[in-house]
Ligand binder design. Structure first.
Ligand code: OGA
Ligand code: MN
Length: 216
């Protein structure tokens, strides 16, 4: 095993410990720079036409409400090497967490999101109890030189007291926040500058009968 993967295993083990203890983890050292830098460069160079207005809900429940969220997104896939490298790290994290925590994570989907100055995403949860197949949410930040005065924090609220702010997370380059999708209400505050993040979700395989979920 290479030195790099040992370092990564140590960082991932810290995430597993955080999740077991608190249900969330905020870490700055999870994604190697060799993956982070080309990814940020690639995503930031995409034309505006590559993005779509973000929606809320899935499939039949899908809708758009700019008062809830007004960011622009693009789903990531294997077709670009920088995106493929990102998805490979996340597949490794999936395997790692399944071994450590027996979560039964089955797949991972993620999109880049661009919040224009003033854009926000109101308080929400990423999965609803019962119907949930989103188990674990991840958010990676791609904002270099981001002073606190830029705003754009992620507010993570307490599961049992949804009015209580548990953490205020500055969206700084390379920082990653991982939390149980059903448990933690969260909110994106408006920023004074364009704010870039990659949000993603580890999911269970919720296939049943003739319905294939997640879709191909
Ligand atoms: C989301 C989300 C948080 C962020 O896309 O569901 O909560 O900080 N994003 O970008
Ligand atoms: Mn969310």
């Amino acid at each position: 095993m290479s030195k790099d993967s040992l370092i990564q295993d140590q960082a991932f083990a810290a995430v597993a410990d955080d999740l077991a203890a608190e249900g969330f983890s905020v870490r700055d050292d999870l994604i190697p720079n060799a993956i982070l830098s080309p990814l940020a460069k690639h995503l930031r160079s995409l034309p505006e036409s590559a993005f779509q207005a973000a929606g809320i809900g899935r499939q039949q429940n899908f809708g758009q409400d700019a008062s809830v969220r007004n960011d622009y997104i693009r789903w990531l896939d294997q077709s670009h090497p920088a995106e493929a490298a990102w998805l490979e790290v996340m597949a490794y994290l999936q395997q790692f967490l399944n071994r450590q925590l027996f979560l039964g994570l089955f797949s991972y989907e993620s999109h880049v999101a661009r919040y224009a100055p003033g854009a926000r995403y109101q308080k929400h949860v990423d999965a609803f109890r019962g119907e949930a197949n989103r188990i674990l949410s991840t958010v990676l930040y791609l904002n270099e030189d981001w002073p606190a005065s830029n705003g754009g924090e992620l507010l993570l609220y307490a599961p049992d007291q949804p009015e209580q702010v548990l953490r205020r997370i500055q969206p700084e380059f390379g920082r990653m926040c991982i939390f149980l999708s059903e448990e933690f209400p969260h909110e994106v505050l408006p920023a004074s500058h364009s704010r870039w993040s990659i949000a993603g979700w580890f999911r269970l395989n919720a296939s049943s009968g003739r319905r294939i979920d997640p879709p191909e």
